[in-house]
Design a protein around this ligand. Structure first.
Ligand code: PMP
Length: 424
């Protein structure tokens, strides 16, 4: 496979961009990332003309794939051609807000921002402002973006920053507990109940393998937060408008959080985030309340058009049937291959999310510690050595999940399963 142009571009990038990239995970591909020239349906074509079946899909936002349907393209182009943005409100922000309020059970009001990170940062500030409390409970292996309050590792007795540049004093207000572990949540509430502003959790861990909640886990979180006057925040940046269709994962699990954070699909491939929830809580954002929140680009008309047209297209067409069906076929095919060739590994996922996890015991992981045991080196060898060589683009490391889009076809599934068979 010729990769001269990507190598040359990476050399240039290393001189002017830290690590040669603008987001850390992109540099994980070895020996260097391929540079994309353009997308095509469920595929991407790199700077050297190599074509890959793309199961990364921008790390989640591209529900419809790379070829946007005509109304989505038209909506984006019209907004861009009218002058990109204004610093004053536009109708399309109200349209998208109304759409989300109509479909997502927990959302009565919503504030749009520009990334998932901004959404979770504002949600944490809102929870603290609303409750007058300091601490937040998060899950080990959960990811809520590049923000000070959640880049924390360790456990609730010994939380520490997981990045340089974050004061220990910040980490002390964040209490990490294992996913699916009711006992440790009870413990933190016993110890800190009066000072816990919120439990912040992904409904399904999507950045660490793919870990499903056990039956009753989210109901338990709902009950214990209510009992202690804390908020329950679902971070649906990945699962929003993907798992459970337009109702999001919360409708699938039948648990209504106080606040929900969104990103990715809600912006149709453009930079976006959002915080939705009960009106009485969301009203605490400035200017109606006193929790400061603002952004030059927030509610950007081009993003709002891309998001609204994408979701409307999904509402009016067989998008979720298609992506979930392809997801089922991939997972079923992979399960057969794994059972036959590598029975100690696990196929994880639901709806249009999937991943093969190199756990050693053939059990679905229950929390981050289980995923951490996975054989990362082997994953790297097989996937960067072999899947990419066979023209299949998978998420850059052992932990991030992979996504099906409306642009993927039966043939993509067949070719991908063949490649896995070969690689495993
Ligand atoms: N929350 C979750 C659950 C995420 O998966 C991500 C990003 N993958 C974020 C927050 C941060 O979003 P962004 O990268 O848009 O800042």
């Amino acid at each position: 496979m010729n990769e001269d142009n990507s190598r040359e571009l990476y050399d240039r990038a290393l001189s002017v961009l830290p690590g040669g990239v603008n987001s850390a995970v992109r540099a994980v591909i070895e020996p260097y990332p391929f540079f994309v020239q353009k997308g095509d349906g469920g595929h991407v074509i790199d700077a050297d003309g190599n074509r890959y079946i793309d199961w990364v899909m921008g790390l989640g936002p591209l529900l419809l794939g790379h070829d946007l349907p005509e109304p989505v393209q038209a909506g984006i182009q019209q907004k861009a051609s009218e002058g990109p943005m204004y610093g004053t409100p536009t109708e399309i922000e109200v349209d998208l807000a109304e759409f989300v309020v109509r479909h997502v059970p927990s959302v009565e009001k919503i504030r749009f921002v520009n990334s998932g990170t901004e959404a979770t940062t504002s949600a944490v500030r809102l929870a603290r402002g609303y409750t007058g409390r300091n601490k937040i409970v998060v899950n080990q292996g959960g990811y809520h973006g590049a923000q000070e309050s959640t880049l924390v590792e360790g456990d609730h007795e010994n939380p520490r920053p997981s990045s340089a540049g974050i004061p220990q004093a910040f980490a002390e207000h964040t209490l990490p507990v294992p996913f699916n572990d009711e006992e440790s949540v009870r413990e933190v509430f016993e110890e800190h109940g009066d000072d816990i502003a919120a439990v912040l959790t992904e409904p399904i861990l999507g950045n660490y393998g793919i870990v499903q909640p056990e039956d009753g886990y989210h109901e338990f979180l709902r009950d214990i937060t209510e009992e202690h006057g804390s908020l329950l925040i679902f971070d649906e940046v990945i699962t929003g408008f993907r798992v459970g269709g337009l109702g999001c994962a919360q409708s699938e699990f039948g648990v209504t959080p106080d606040l929900t954070t969104f990103g990715k699909i809600i912006g149709g491939g453009f930079p976006v985030g959002a915080i939705g929830g009960r009106a009485e809580i969301i009203e605490n954002f400035t200017p109606s309340g006193d929790v400061f929140q603002a952004g030059t680009f927030s509610g950007h008309p081009v993003t709002m058009a891309a998001g609204l047209e994408t979701l409307q297209f999904a509402a009016e067409n067989d998008v979720y049937d298609h992506v979930n069906d392809i997801g089922d076929r991939l997972r079923e095919g992979l399960e057969e291959i794994v059972a036959d060739q590598a029975p100690e590994y696990t196929v994880a996922g639901t709806d249009s999310m999937f991943k093969v996890i190199f756990t050693r015991d053939g059990e679905a992981p229950k929390n981050a510690a289980d995923v951490k045991n996975a054989e990362t080196d082997r994953w790297r060898r097989i996937f960067w050595g072999q899947m990419k060589e066979q023209g299949v683009f998978l998420s850059q490391n052992q932990f991030e999940c992979q996504f099906v889009s409306y642009g993927h076809t039966e043939e993509d599934v067949e070719r991908t399963l063949e490649a896995y068979k070969e690689a495993l």
